[in-house]
Design a protein around this ligand. Sequence first.
Ligand code: ATP
Ligand code: MG
Length: 476
Amino acid sequence: MIDFLRKIFGLSSGKGIPAARPEKEVIASSAGDPSPVVLQAHEHGIDLNLVSRNAIRVVGTLQQAGYAAFIVGGAVRDLMLGEKPKDFDVATDATPEQVRRLFRRAFLIGRRFQIVHVRMGRDDLFEVTTFRGNSEKPAEVDESGRLLSDNTFGTQAEDAARRDFTINALYYNPTDQTLLDYHQGIRDLGTKTLRIIGDAEQRYREDPVRMLRVVRFAAKLGFTLDEATSAPIHQLHHLLDNIPTARLFDETLKLLMSGHAMSCLKELRAYDLHGRLLPLLDEALSDPKAARFIETALERTDLRINDGRTVSPGFLFAALLWPEVEVQWEAWQAKGEYPIPALAAAANTVLDRQTEALAIQRRIATDMRDIWLLQPRLERRSGKAVFRLLENPHFRAAYDFLLIRCDAGGLDAETGEWWKAFVAGSADERQALLESLSLRAAENSRSRKRRRRRRRRPSSAGSTDMPSAETPTTAT
Ligand code: ATP
Ligand code: MG
């Protein structure tokens, strides 16, 4: 597809509209809107079979009522890259109220951006937004330049100029299969470049979350940031301080669930953006053992997501913060606390510190705490308690978590192997596994006693410190 994109730069666009001029940036203004480059089906090559039938219906309904309507944003980007989009956003010149009236299941949502959620079929949900424009009056911004209100409707060209990156400002009309490109997004898709539309610093000031979005797209798509797009980020990362912690949490989750979590984390660190989101992570990543655990956990997450399986946010955050929980756990035990209450106290300390940066929802925090607190119980594997653990609603997550600890070298591999065999085993096999544990416990206690006796025995001439043949050298 990329080769194809490169090829089409040279092609003329349809309907007498000028061909893509790679070097010329189109600046949108309400007076004399620039024309987009229009590509026909054989030029852009989008496979209509990858477009959701229901998205086509939403666009069609709007168009039949006389409005302009397009698929826009990430869906067009994914289609151009030959991928099936996970969701479809629609942009139109109908107002939210006009959109609402056209669909049986349509709901107005949002205050800052009023948008319409249209439900179609069993579980399809479409976000329909009205083209945004430049306000007549100067935009309302706070002292750092952040946009406070953004609800003025505008032309399609204005809407395109308000979008974040050139590759996100493509409009696809599935009815006649034309593709409209206002900001040379096609060129940038071809050269795998992420380029912000307009003046980078101003666009980041208007909405600092765009700095996180650029990192996510770079990692997810394997694209390079254009120089002007990346340059201001180092100076502006502090602007994230003005963003509500709940929005930061949502964006962090998107980064971690992008299917490229580890590269996102690396990019976040490279741009100094991580401190505001995951302040506890810095210390953890400077310790090789902790870094290995986090890397293993994120690799697993990426694998699951790329296989189309689900990942729970609680599990993800539990993994990212586990190395810090372990540090605090030891600290509480050093203060004389028993292991289990020490772990509970450590969990609270870490959750409190992290929640100052990101508003972790209570439900997710509960999941995290449960996964952590189940760890020593899974390690102990004592008798009947093991069967009760299997019934625990968080067992599966805690078990997967334990396996990652084993794989990353934070826990002996034997514990993981035992649990794998137990989970897969028949009733008899499970019984045998439990007995093997009791036998081992008895053997351990015997060897402990032997060692104690040996220590008490006065040393006789000729005796050495070497263990006798039947004394195990290590406790297992
Ligand atoms: P994905 O859904 O894969 O995360 P996306 O590009 O579709 O990627 P959305 O958050 O769904 O991202 O947003 C849809 C579109 O809305 C974007 O493609 C972009 O055009 C526009 N958009 C979203 N957030 C912003 C923003 N903060 N500033 C400017 N435009 C934005
Ligand atoms: Mg999207």
